[in-house]
Design a protein around this ligand. Structure first.
Ligand SMILES: *Cc1c(COP(=O)(O)O)cnc(C)c1O
Length: 383
């Protein structure tokens, strides 16, 4: 995370990868421009087609995910859309885990309405269930695990085995884990993508995405969906991400350590009706967490005893903890899925997904854990 993808030797000894804040690159001769466009000569052309700072970030992610190649995007959604449009055509079908990120859900609806690309959702709890959910026209399986905000898990190795037999690529939105906690490619999946806005950045100051996979597939994405749809990462944001990612391991360790402690505190609290956390050994998904996640991560959801109003009152009473969507930042963040991230999902579907009006999601930050606990305590008392 600190050294990979970059050598100071290539850049006049600069310890830190330099920021190439340029839109275009000058050719020595007209012929050179031609041979770069023809792919006969290596070298940069134009930042939408490649930039050294962005590539340093891509190389680092590829290394962390154990991938041959990675591509950076201007947002997590630009990564999701580029990958999905590279894998499915009109008449095709995407099989999804029971829950997906709100805007991924929106994109799937757009693909259905405008391009006649279907999708369906499956709990994916067994190989049989996955097999039965696959349709003759399924050309992509798209998984989030843990699933937001209920922290349900999908066994990636199991799905990858079923998919491999049928030659269907498996894409994992690995945002909630970061490459530090979970590596889907090592479990047999084909693409691991992230909203790099979250843990990879870690400082709440960038919107970015990244996808990692096989070199030939990523090249295809680069030459079409990325280049032509154009959702590329800016060099400055890549530079900030390179800075953020240096501390990914120490940040994740602290996020996980704090979260475990807050989980134990909340689990015993009389005003907490239900709690969702991949590290809860009483939950049936715990064995999947043990198998595929190095640690249970930095997110917890819980249902407060009471109504929607109780949940909102609790949130308004918080002082240290900030009310905001997003996750993976140094600051502990709280949000209310029913009226915020999942407000676009119908009440019936929310019910099916286990998202009650009393559900609250926390992204545990890097503060002293006692400070987080004290803030939760005083707000729970008043709610
Ligand atoms: C935030 C998020 C996204 C979208 O990423 P952006 O960077 O906001 O475009 C996709 N998937 C998950 C799981 C996310 O949390």
């Amino acid at each position: 995370m600190i050294h990979s993808g970059y050598s100071p030797r290539d850049y006049k000894g600069s310890l830190v990868p330099p920021l190439f804040q340029t839109s275009t690159f000058v050719f020595d001769t007209a012929e050179q421009g031609g041979s770069r466009f023809a792919g006969e000569e290596d070298g940069y052309i134009y930042t939408r087609l490649g930039n050294p700072t962005v590539q340093a970030f891509e190389k680092r992610i590829a290394e962390l995910e154990g991938a041959e190649s990675a591509l950076a995007f201007s947002s997590g959604m630009a990564a999701v859309s580029a990958i999905l449009f590279s894998l499915v055509k009109t008449g095709g079908h995407v099989l999804c885990s029971q829950g997906v990120y709100g805007c991924t859900y929106g994109l799937l609806k757009l693909m259905e309405e405008s391009f006649e690309i279907g999708h369906s959702f499956s709990p994916m709890e067994s190989a049989r269930e996955v097999t039965e959910a696959i349709r003759p026209n399924t050309t992509c399986i798209f998984i989030e695990t843990p699933i937001n905000p209920t922290m349900k898990l999908v066994d990636l190795q199991m799905v990858a085995e079923v998919a491999k037999e049928r030659g269907i690529p498996v894409v994992v939105d690995n945002t909630f884990c970061s490459p530090y906690l979970q590596n889907p490619l090592e479990l047999g999946c084909d693409v691991s993508l992230h909203s790099a806005t979250k843990y990879i950045c870690g400082h709440g100051d960038v919107i970015a995405g990244v996808a990692a996979g096989k070199a030939d597939f990523m090249k295809k994405v680069a030459m079409s969906a990325q280049k032509d749809m154009g959702g590329v990462l800016s060099p400055f944001d890549a530079w900030l991400l390179l800075r953020g990612i240096k501390t990914l391991a120490v940040r994740m360790d602290r996020h996980c350590e704090n979260t475990e402690k807050i989980f134990r505190y909340l689990k015993e609290h009389t005003k907490v009706k239900a709690i969702y956390y991949p590290g809860d050994s009483e939950k049936k998904d715990y064995s999947i967490a043990k198998k595929q996640m190095k640690q249970p991560g930095g997110l917890i959801s819980f249902a407060i005893e009471g109504t929607k109003e109780t949940a909102l009152k609790f949130m308004n009473e918080l002082r240290l903890i900030k009310i905001a969507v997003s996750l993976g930042d140094a600051e502990t963040l709280v949000q209310h899925p029913a009226t915020m991230t999942h407000s676009g999902v119908s009440p019936e579907d929310r019910e099916k997904m286990g998202i009650s009006d009393a559900l609250i999601r926390l992204s545990i930050g890097l503060e002293a854990w006692e400070d987080i606990r004290d803030d939760l305590e005083q707000a729970l008392e008043k709610a």
